[in-house]
Design a protein around this ligand. Structure first.
Ligand code: NDP
Ligand code: MG
Length: 387
């Protein structure tokens, strides 16, 4: 029996993970589950999967959650510390699927107590990749990719020698606006940006997919997870979202990973530690699809992607600042205070400001990451207010 916890159990990744657990119940014991605002789903999941402990990140929801779980032998916690408490219960496997930088400390805590960590929360790798890797190494535990592209990379490089790998291509669907021109993007709304053509995901990552901020984060995540250099990573727009990553080798050979746009594939690959699990997913019917398209992204339409490569070049605390500025910009877009294209402008201005003050070149240590995260949000906010 494998002990598992899910940080961010009420979200899209969290619920997909529980769907997998429900198909193989005897193999898994659920230790802890966390959520934030959706305590109804948190309580329902905790009861269904007989969790030992649950936490809502929202302090104000503690009493309601406790009431929903009264009569059940389930410990209830709340607030940031409550989430950390759940993360600190050692488990064989922990899913890190809280959205945003709020996932960093809980993910790190899980590693610290010796749990293997399945990493959907890309933001923690972008902001603090070296810290996460150091902790995993020190504790002798695994960091397993869950992002579909990164799971795909791990699958195509498996069994290959690092020295024979010349490049990794990760694909991007192009998101909600892939058929629009840059001019068409002026005035697009959060609701329009929240509709992904191929994937069903949480709202924030869906909007980040439309702007390609998500791909920018993934480029940095790929560098951290697979120790790639900037020249070893390429992004191609692939509207069908069937090829998730391609490894290119020194002999001209390439290996592509093809799979349906269903996150359960990548989650199961991490959950079963690189063994295949029989999943009820539709097989990709290549003869029906007929054509797979790839094209270079237009960086004037997708400025966020260029910013992501700049961050790769810069290193240091640039990832943490970039992620925080992006989160602030996205909050403002969702509040109708910033346009869709304005998000990249705010992030660029924030990065330029912090770079000009030489604030991004320090070592990636936890305190510095937390400090630059706050500074980047504050600088980004100031730029938004000036608009
Ligand atoms: P969702 O928005 O669907 O879920 C986010 C989860 O985080 C929910 O459980 C939510 O709780 C919880 N949460 C929100 N804010 C906080 C907070 N401040 N503190 C603690 N918990 C919080 O997101 P997704 O499942 O789509 O994405 C999760 C992560 O996985 C992200 O990092 C994303 O980039 C990554 N990812 C997602 C993919 C996908 O297909 N969805 C694909 C690849 C990566 P509640 O809902 O109760 O408020
Ligand atoms: Mg992805």
């Amino acid at each position: 029996m494998k002990n598992i916890s899910i940080l961010g159990a009420t979200g899209s990744i969290g619920q997909n993970t529980l769907d997998l657990i429900s198909r193989d119940r005897q193999k898994f014991k659920v230790v802890g589950l966390t959520g934030a605002s959706n305590i109804e789903l948190l309580a329902e999941s905790a009861i269904k999967f007989k969790a030992d402990v649950v936490a809502t990140a929202n302090d104000s929801k503690f009493h309601d959650l406790k009431e929903m779980l009264s009569g059940h032998q389930i410990e209830v916690c709340a607030g940031k510390n409550g989430v950390l408490e759940v993360a600190s219960r050692q488990a064989d496997w922990v899913m890190s699927s809280i959205v945003g930088s709020a996932g960093l400390l809980p993910g790190l805590k899980a590693l610290e107590v010796g749990s293997n960590l399945a990493l959907a929360n890309k933001e923690s790798m972008v902001a603090a990749g070296p810290i996460m890797k150091r902790m995993a190494k020190a504790k002798g535990v695994k960091l397993m990719p869950v992002d579909s592209e990164h799971s795909a990379i791990s699958q195509v490089i498996r069994g290959e020698e690092r020295s024979s790998l010349s490049k990794i291509i990760i694909t991007a669907s192009g998101g909600a606006f892939r058929d629009l021109t840059k001019a068409d993007l002026i005035g697009v709304t959060p609701d329009q940006a929240s509709m992904h053509p191929n994937w069903t995901m949480g709202q924030r990552i869906t909007i980040d997919s439309a702007s390609l901020f998500n791909k920018a984060l993934e480029v940095i995540e790929a560098k951290e997870l697979f120790d790639l250099s900037i020249s070893e990573i390429e992004v191609l727009i692939h509207p069908q979202s069937l090829v998730h990553a391609i490894a290119c080798f020194c002999d001209g050979g390439m290996k592509a990973h093809i799979g349906p746009p269903d996150m359960r594939h990548a989650i199961a690959y991490a959950l079963y530690e690189e063994k295949r699990f029989n999943l009820p997913v539709d097989e990709v019917n290549l003869s029906e699809i007929g054509t797979l398209d790839f094209e270079k992204p237009d960086l004037s339409k997708y400025p966020a992607l260029r910013l992501g490569f700049d961050v790769l070049q810069q290193g240091g605390l640039a990832g943490a600042a970039f992620n925080a500025a992006k989160e602030e910009a996205l909050d403002n877009f969702l509040d109708y205070k910033l346009s869709f294209l304005g998000m990249a402008d705010i992030v660029r201005a924030t990065m330029e400001e912090l770079t000009s003050k030489n604030l991004l070149s320090s070592e990636v240590e936890l305190e510095a990451v937390i400090e630059i995260d706050l500074q980047a949000r504050s600088v980004a906010k100031t730029f938004v207010e000036k608009i």
